[in-house]
Write a protein that binds this ligand. Sequence first.
Ligand code: Z5A
Length: 214
Amino acid sequence: MGKFITLEGIEGVGKTSNLRYIKELLEKSGHDCVLTREPGGTNLGEALRGLLLSHADENMSADSELLMMFAARAEHLAKVILPALANRQTVLCDRFTEATYAYQGGGRLLDVDKISELEDWVQGELRPDLTIILDAPVEIGRARAGNRSAPDRIEKEHDDFFQRVRSAYIELAEHYPHRICLVDASVGLAEVQKGIYEKLIDYGIVDPDVIAGN
Ligand code: Z5A
């Protein structure tokens, strides 16, 4: 099986800015890398993403949101993630189930046991080998994200929602230190990338000697 790596964090924290950097490091270290995202990654998943993030005025129930995240995930696992891992490819995914714990569990205050049941049902024993959470204060993430396009349905939430999301991410890293880590993303991009590089080495995902060409 290949490695399964996921990147997480509150909005605007720099996931998009760092994904290509991580992919390059993985490829330099000999990984055949598949880059994908959640919600999305398949035709059905991207259609669900459109519904989940659209600006519709009508409210969506938190349970509907949770189930749609896992519906998209089931399709993504079946069509993209599991075949790639079976093919010994490394899957680099922009968000995965840790986002559900953070946003639907922390943000929407849904029962974490419900999320855990869905996780077991949809994923079986599969968990990412490494989840990097880019961590920064909510004000920083929101200020960075604010420089871009109009907010989507979830981005429209208030700061206390994103504070709970951030706290849930920090708790996940504390509970599962063998597979989830935090990188300080409040600093400049070069320093964030240094932090990511060190974690990829610490968790045995990339080999610095191979990257250096030794
Ligand atoms: N969601 C969920 O609720 N439950 C789930 O299970 C899953 C997802 C899987 C879509 O995610 C939404 O789905 C998301 C959670 C929910 N909603 N929210 N919020 P997404 O990943 O597609 O969207 P996002 O979280 O809003 O990410 P983003 O907006 O793409 O942000 P980002 O990728 O982390 O940031 P960025 O685009 O790389 O950077 C933002 C700006 O900051 C940009 O101008 C950069 O140049 C700048 N930047 C980046 N890093 C730095 C540093 N270090 N210094 C200075 N400036 C920087």
